[in-house]
Design a protein around this ligand. Sequence first.
Ligand code: GDP
Length: 198
Amino acid sequence: MKFEKAVFLRSYGAVQQIKDEKTPQFAFIGRSNVGKSSLINALASKKDMAKTSSKPGKTQLINVFDIEGHIHLVDLPGYGYAKVSKKLREQFEGLITDYLLRSDTLYIVFILIDASIPPQRIDLEFVAWCGEHKVPLGIAFTKTDKKKKKNTEANMLAFEDEISQFFEELPVILETSANSKHGIKELGDWINEQMGHV
Ligand code: GDP
């Protein structure tokens, strides 16, 4: 599969609207500002296919991109907006949890974790929630270029250590940087391998 062939397919505001039940979905989620749009764009070698953070308060949608009819990349709304009302936050979170619990074709959701900062409680809680609900998940660290290597590695190790208590076997863990492109090819290769396109 060639990720640069990605095309925007559609947006959904409710899980019930998702009709395609065959194409495997590789989803991406994270706190707002984690670098999700940048990572999806880097994977697809595009400048602005995935739109950088829609402002908190705006409607949050699930955006789906098609890769040559083989898989869909699913851009989920960011979680953990501190500045929106409780009602709006519950609305986004409802959409996210509905999708993760009900999508029949979700192959994996990559939870994006900013490697330039120490483990954040909201991320740990989200990973724990996915684990408890048997949502198929992987971890993709972002922004590995941003801080000194020593600090980045300490942050990633601390995160892995924290989440190891939630799992008997750790989920797949990848390291990426949209800026330096570190790990972007590996992410694409990993997805291809899962689909048997080696
Ligand atoms: P989103 O809200 O999760 O979609 O995050 P964005 O992709 O919009 O990125 C949020 C901010 O982080 C922007 O200022 C990006 O330039 C920056 N950013 C994203 N990826 C990287 C990266 O790999 N390295 C560094 N240093 N900054 C990044």
